[in-house]
Design a protein around this ligand. Structure first.
Ligand code: BJ8
Length: 422
């Protein structure tokens, strides 16, 4: 509507390019989401949030800003949301899952950069992401080489604060991470003008943990057969968790889980109980990257979990809530974040254990490993994950792709062939 357009204009967005993006997104959403059968009633919330992701949610951010609150954008689950929440700031995920602005992005980063990086840079350069434009602070991190060098380039067009994420899990690495968390806390205090007291941080930890607990509940319910929710909808829940107001999100997802519980009791599902069940594992699928889930669920299988940062890697571990002093809480944060089994770490054997145990817990018949083209860390781990799964007798298919639609037919053929063997 016109109020939204005014808001986008004020954010200095390119309205024409943005209209084109919304049109594509709308068609996509209709084909991939609204066409599903046996959908949950709680999915209305997902449809609503997604349809208003650039509208009402941005309006809420504008309102928060009018009240003097700040908006912090980030690209990685290493940036602690608890600290933003403790300072009354809004924390939003900015990593992007659409092929838009790619040509512009290639003026700043090499062509052989993964689609996720090109997408967030392209979104900024093409002025089509209202979250990026609303951010008072953008936080990057030294994870993969692609990202850390991209932030150097990105900093030229949008000032970017970078957290140094260590590459190993040694005691020295943990000590480095603690200094980085403290440095970030001071930066957020300066940005917001809020002093982070123990009470404030405690509350921030609780809100973030509650969100994770709701997501954990959803994960656990997906072990049921027949699958009570489609992988597409569950992925959307995880994607929305990076954008929506956290307390509302938690309430809505718990309601959705109540509905799932009654479905499970009634032995109802989105597909028959004989449907092959697959776990996705690998790179994050940022909104609106629904390409592979759509292909998989169009091939007669159902996705029962996502071992990725837009999935269990983001919700699996909670922050210990027992500490009362600021230092104890910071230590608890550091401990929790150091458990993240991102492929950027070396070695990263926890991930192999986590993938196999998740596949078993969710009663998956197989795993699809997904890496984005040009993503070194996940491409390397494809081989290790395959070996670990093989030793447990769990079949795996490796898919390497990007955001383009050119390989859809080819991927369909491969996924269908894999599903037939299960
Ligand atoms: S904690 S997975 S969100 S870094 S796909 S940009 S790795 S070349 S996204 Fe990630 Fe944090 Fe790790 Fe999670 Fe690089 Fe690979 Fe691209 Fe990637």
């Amino acid at each position: 509507d016109s109020a939204h357009r005014e808001m986008w204009e004020k954010l200095d967005m390119d309205l024409e390019a943005h209209d084109a993006l919304l049109a594509v997104l709308g068609t996509f959403y209709g084909d991939i989401y609204l066409s599903q059968e046996n959908r949950l009633k709680g999915a209305e919330y997902l449809d609503f949030v997604l349809s208003e992701v650039h509208g009402l949610r941005i309006k809420e951010l504008e309102q928060a800003k009018a009240e003097g609150r700040k908006v912090i954008g980030s690209f990685c689950v290493f940036v602690p949301e608890e600290i933003a929440l403790a300072a009354d700031a809004v924390h939003v995920g900015l990593c992007a899952g659409a092929e838009a602005g790619t040509e512009l992005a290639e003026q700043l980063v090499p062509r052989n950069t993964c689609a996720l990086i090109k997408s967030f840079i392209g979104f900024k350069m093409a002025k089509i992401c209202p979250f990026t434009e609303s951010s008072d602070m953008i936080v990057g991190e030294t994870t993969c080489d692609g990202k850390k060098k991209a932030y150097e380039a990105f900093n030229e067009i949008a000032p970017t604060y970078v957290m140094e994420v260590p590459q190993t899990k040694t005691a020295a690495a943990k000590a480095l991470w603690k200094t980085e968390v403290l440095r970030y806390l001071a930066e957020v205090e300066q940005l917001t003008g809020v002093t982070i007291t123990p009470e404030r941080l405690k509350r921030g930890i609780q809100v973030a943990n509650d969100k994770r607990r709701a997501l954990q509940r959803l994960t656990a319910l997906r072990a049921a057969n027949p699958a009570p929710i489609s992988g597409r909808d569950a992925l959307l829940v995880n994607q929305i968790s990076f954008y929506d107001e956290p307390i509302r999100f938690t309430t809505k997802i718990n309601e959705l889980c109540d509905e799932l519980e009654s479905r499970i009791q009634a032995k109802e599902g989105v597909t028959p109980g004989t449907t092959p069940r697959l776990l996705l594992s690998g790179c994050p699928m940022a909104v609106p990257n629904w390409k592979l889930p759509y292909i998989v669920e169009g091939s007669g299988a159902v996705i029962v979990g996502e071992e990725s940062c837009i999935g269990t890697r983001n919700s699996r571990d909670l922050v210990d809530e027992s500490g009362d002093t600021l230092d104890a809480m910071i230590d608890a944060l550091v401990d929790r974040y150091m458990k993240i089994d991102c492929a950027c770490f070396t070695p990263n054997t926890e991930r192999l254990d986590n993938v196999t145990s998740l596949a078993k817990e969710l009663n998956a018949d197989g795993v699809i490993h997904y890496s984005l083209l040009f993503c070194q860390p996940y491409a390397h781990e494809t081989l290790k994950v395959d070996k670990a799964l093989q030793s447990e007798g769990i079949p795996m298919l490796s898919i390497e792709t990007d955001y383009s639609m050119e390989d859809v037919e080819q991927l369909k053929t491969r996924v269908e062939a894999f599903v037939e063997t299960l």
